[in-house]
Design a protein around this ligand. Structure first.
Ligand SMILES: Nc1ncnc2c1ncn2[C@@H]1O[C@H](COP(=O)(O)OP(=O)(O)OP(=O)(O)O)[C@@H](O)[C@H]1O
Ligand SMILES: [Mg+2]
Length: 370
């Protein structure tokens, strides 16, 4: 009988900042984070991913090559984490690899729904000697769902509380919330941009990939007129289930709005910070459930300005980070994909139809054997 008890989760999100790798065990279903590793993504590969994410700059050749290169990079990340923990394939039940999203086209009238992640799982399986679960989103899309967000079921299993009404707010490239009322229910949706616009504007004007701690944005003033216009984005008014991506919130969209405004770049950054915080906070305030506690995860938790602005919009809730629930903000998503791999291995569902809009709960992900 196999001695394997561990799962690895591999995640690279919309921010394309790095590959996050987490090793976890589930002793009697209780998650324990045993080790973590962050693997860099080169500027050249990041540019290829950005081009693939943009209709017109994509091509089948670029797709095939980037899928292959990312497969190797995910394998590198898994192998580095395994080496750091002195564990081998015999210790690991499965690796859950989300892959890199290059297009997310959720169900809408008059369009064909699909969500495409790349990073060839065959390569990860071949190089690590482990079983790999990947392609998590497309079964949900096949059932009429958005295929996103997928983290709520994991948040529900780990973070719900019988007396407290909680929200887990993941601020990655896109921001999404999981609502965990005390009655045991669970729902959630994407609220709009997370770090996506902040990163893009910061890169353009300072050359840095992100606004460290929100310090640059803090030097600017929020512009009320720009903020008001940003808030007219149609996604924000949609009813859940809803999900979004780079296709809807990007520099081209921002620039089309900025033509009506003449502002110093730091004021734009300050306004984008407020926009991101308020769209997230407003979504939480508008819930039917009154929320006692909001726990933030994802890299946005480290943007102090963003966190301060979020707190301002939520005077009735305690806002903190998921460390307070025993899991560091940076590792929640990678752990979620380790958990989703386990759901697949145990033939348990990974989606929540109330969240994604799928017609039923389903076992998510394809299994790639070593
Ligand atoms: N010290 C920091 N100060 C400000 N922002 C930070 C800091 N550290 C990380 N971030 C932000 O977090 C982002 C990365 O967050 P994360 O890895 O959660 O996002 P992601 O990979 O896009 O995931 P998702 O799939 O949820 O979109 C960075 O691009 C950056 O904007
Ligand atoms: Mg990331």
């Amino acid at each position: 009988m196999s001695q394997a008890t561990l799962y690895l989760g591999l995640m690279s999100g919309t921010s394309i900042d790095s590959i996050d790798a987490a090793a976890v065990s589930f002793d009697q279903g209780q998650l324990k984070l045993l080790g973590t590793y962050t693997h860099p993504i080169s500027d050249a590969l990041r540019l290829n991913i950005l081009n693939l994410s943009q209709p017109g700059l994509d091509s089948v050749q670029l797709y095939g090559e980037t899928d292959h290169l990312l497969g190797h990079l995910f394998a590198d990340a898994a192998l580095a984490l395994m080496a750091s923990l002195s564990i081998g394939p015999d210790d690991i039940v499965a690796i859950g690899s989300h892959g890199q999203t290059i297009r997310h086209s959720p169900p809408k009238t008059n369009s064909i729904a699909f969500s495409q992640q790349i990073g060839d799982a065959n390569i990860i399986a071949a190089r690590t000697g482990c079983s790999v679960v990947s392609d998590f989103r497309r079964k949900d899309v096949a059932l009429g769902g958005h295929g996103a967000p997928l983290v709520p079921a994991f948040h529900h299993s780990l973070f719900s509380h019988p007396q407290r009404q909680r929200v887990i707010a993941n601020i990655g490239g896109i921001a999404n919330i999981t609502v965990l009322p005390a009655d045991g229910a669970c729902y959630g949706f994407d609220t709009g941009p997370g770090n996506l616009l902040l990163d893009a504007w910061c890169k353009r004007h300072t050359g840095k990939r992100y606004d460290d701690k929100g310090a640059w944005g803090a030097t600017g003033q929020v512009d009320a007129a720009l903020l008001k216009q940003l808030k007219t984005h149609p996604f924000l008014g949609l009813e859940a289930p809803k999900s979004t991506g780079r296709e809807e919130f990007n520099l081209a969209w921002l620039e089309s709005i900025l033509t009506d405004h003449s502002l110093p770049p730091e004021n734009v950054q300050a306004t984008l910070t407020a926009f991101t915080a308020q769209t997230l906070g407003d979504a939480i305030s508008a819930l039917d459930d009154n929320i006692d506690e909001v726990y933030v995860c994802g890299g946005g938790a480290f943007n102090n300005q963003l966190m301060a602005r979020l707190e301002e919009t939520l005077p009735g809730s305690v806002v903190s980070m998921t460390d307070d629930l025993g899991l560091a903000p940076s590792w929640v998503e990678a752990c979620a994909f380790a958990w989703l791999a386990r759901q697949r291995v145990l033939s348990l569902p990974g989606n929540l139809p109330r969240v994604t809009g799928a017609s039923r709960p389903a076992i998510l992900g394809a299994l790639y054997l070593p």
